[in-house]
Design a protein around this ligand. Structure first.
Ligand code: NDP
Length: 479
């Protein structure tokens, strides 16, 4: 199925008429073409967004909210179609797309449709000076949103919804390897009555289409989710133009397990936090540290559970691990198994690619557990972003905190313990933007989301996102 750019409410071919193959990761076949857009397409999208801005920024909050709620409803109404498209494009199990990804895209619109009606700014009376200050929160204008392939519609809408709720118009680019649901969103926006030009979706390669968004002098804010290297590159280009940046980048998240935790709950959740979405979630707990007194028991039980996970075609309801997103990504993830062995790691299970009958050219890999001799080896330091986790024991709180923090990343951390004082001591000291205690990936959309260190700059979620997508202007009136 071929897709088109969505500019000014219309679907159109790329100006250059250049196209890129779109692969189905479950069987390795090309199943459609996507636009290979260039600077001219981005300029057209920008002009369309610019023309729409006056109308949209002056549209009442109630009306913006009404249209966004309609988009949310239509996403829900198209659940099956969107989930099938997401699964086919990305390789994730269909049940996962149906249960999590697409419902979350709908929630993103619903949440920000409501949040904008509650978003208040400050006022300060300057007592004794007969003056009052109040702060306006004005939309920025045309903003750029660039999202990755792992949770395609989920993360795309996590940016677009707050951007348009705040009154901006958007030029957006989904990942070129998973463009399908972003394409389908265009129709939904038209049906919901979103005015033409408020949202423009341009498809193509990061290094050309994405780069053109970053380089555009009048796109004054960029919300980006993706790899740390790309984030650093974007920051370099954006800095001389003083663009506002929100960067949600990579992670290498610790999962710290103490002997006093609820063992069954911890075990079931740890399997999920290791291998959900084939381990391709920036929040996956890819470094597992287990208190020495339960380490051997954990190792046996965990490996048994991981061996039982079914690797299969995404459409099968009992598939727990679907296909990785691309051949290049599968090769990269597989290469880390060799790197681990060279560093003295022991592969406790997995470590191989998988051939599935009928889908021999798909990008499948066994969920892999590697016991590492030290926390400093490469598999413990570098983001792999696939179905590979490391495990190792620890003896003291101090030791595990030191290992947990000894990476360049600081996105999230998970802690398993029933000791409240320990929970607070460790949570306070973990270098991470998000800490989960006795759970994982439990999300409340009102909370700030983002990382420290090389995991990014800024926060998404709740009013943080609305603050990012608005400029504060203080007005001081003497009376
Ligand atoms: P990339 O950084 O490769 O790409 C992310 C997006 O940026 C894609 O749309 C990509 O386009 C685009 N892009 C690439 N190069 C440029 C450029 N020069 N200028 C502008 N845009 C560009 O990341 P992946 O897609 O591989 O995603 C995986 C990464 O995302 C992992 O590191 C993961 O940790 C991180 N991530 C972070 C999250 C967070 O919230 N912190 C959440 C989810 C993922 P294209 O794909 O077409 O090349």
């Amino acid at each position: 199925m071929d897709i088109k750019n969505y500019i000014n409410g219309n679907f159109q071919n790329p100006i250059s008429n250049n196209w890129i193959d779109n692969y189905n990761p479950s069987n390795g076949e090309v199943y459609g073409q996507i636009p290979n857009s260039n600077k001219e397409d981005i300029e057209q999208a920008y002009q369309s967004a610019k023309s729409a801005f006056k109308l949209w920024s002056n549209t009442t909050l109630e009306e913006r909210s009404r249209i966004m709620l309609k988009i949310s409803e239509l996403i829900e109404a198209n659940l099956d179609k969107l989930a099938e498209a997401e699964s086919k494009d990305n390789g994730k199990p269909l049940w996962l797309a149906k249960a999590v990804d697409i419902p979350r895209a709908s929630s993103n619109f619903r949440f920000f449709a409501n949040a904008i009606t509650q978003f208040a700014s400050e006022s300060h009376e300057s007592i004794g000076q007969n003056a009052i200050n109040y702060t306006l929160r004005q939309p920025i204008g045309v903003v750029g949103c660039i999202s990755p392939w792992n949770l395609p519609l989920y993360l795309f809408t996590w940016k677009i919804a707050p951007a348009i709720a705040a009154g901006n118009c958007v030029v957006a680019k989904p990942s070129e390897v998973t463009p399908m649901t972003a394409y389908l969103l265009g129709d939904i926006c038209n049906e919901a009555g979103l005015p033409k030009g408020v949202l423009n979706i341009v498809h193509g390669l990061g290094t050309s289409t994405g780069q053109a968004i970053i380089e555009h002098p009048n796109i004054k804010a960029i919300s980006f989710t993706g790899g740390t290297t790309t984030g650093a590159h974007i920051a370099k280009i954006a800095a001389p133009m003083f663009k506002k940046l929100s960067l949600e980048l990579g992670g290498k998240n610790p999962n710290i397990i103490f002997a006093d935790c609820d063992y069954e709950d911890m075990m079931a959740t740890t399997v999920r936090s290791s291998f959900a979405n084939q381990g391709q979630i920036c929040l996956c707990g890819s470094r597992i540290f287990v208190e020495a007194s339960i380490y051997e028991q954990f190792k046996t039980d965990f490996v048994n559970k991981v061996k039982a996970l079914k690797v299969g075609h995404p459409s099968e309801s009992d598939t727990k691990v679907g296909a990785l997103v691309s051949k290049a990504h599968l090769d990269k993830v597989m290469s880390y198994v060799e790197i681990a062995k060279e560093d003295g790691g022991i592969v406790l299970c997995g470590g191989n690619s998988v051939t599935i009958e009928g889908y021999e050219n798909g990008y499948y890999m066994q969920p892999t557990v590697i016991e590492v001799p030290t926390d400093e080896c490469r598999v413990n330091q570098e983001e792999i972003f696939g179905p590979v986790v490391t495990i190792m024991p620890f003896n003291t709180e101090k030791e595990v905190l030191n290992m947990a923090n000894k990476v360049v990343y600081g996105l999230s951390a998970t802690l398993w313990t029933n000791d409240l004082k320990r929970t607070m001591r460790i949570s306070n000291q973990l270098q991470a933007g998000i800490v989960w205690v006795n759970t994982w990936l439990m999300r409340d959309l009102r909370t700030p989301f983002g990382g420290v260190k090389n995991s990014g700059v800024g926060r998404e979620g709740g009013f943080e996102a609305l603050r990012f997508f608005t400029e504060p202007k203080n007005v001081c009136i003497k009376y």
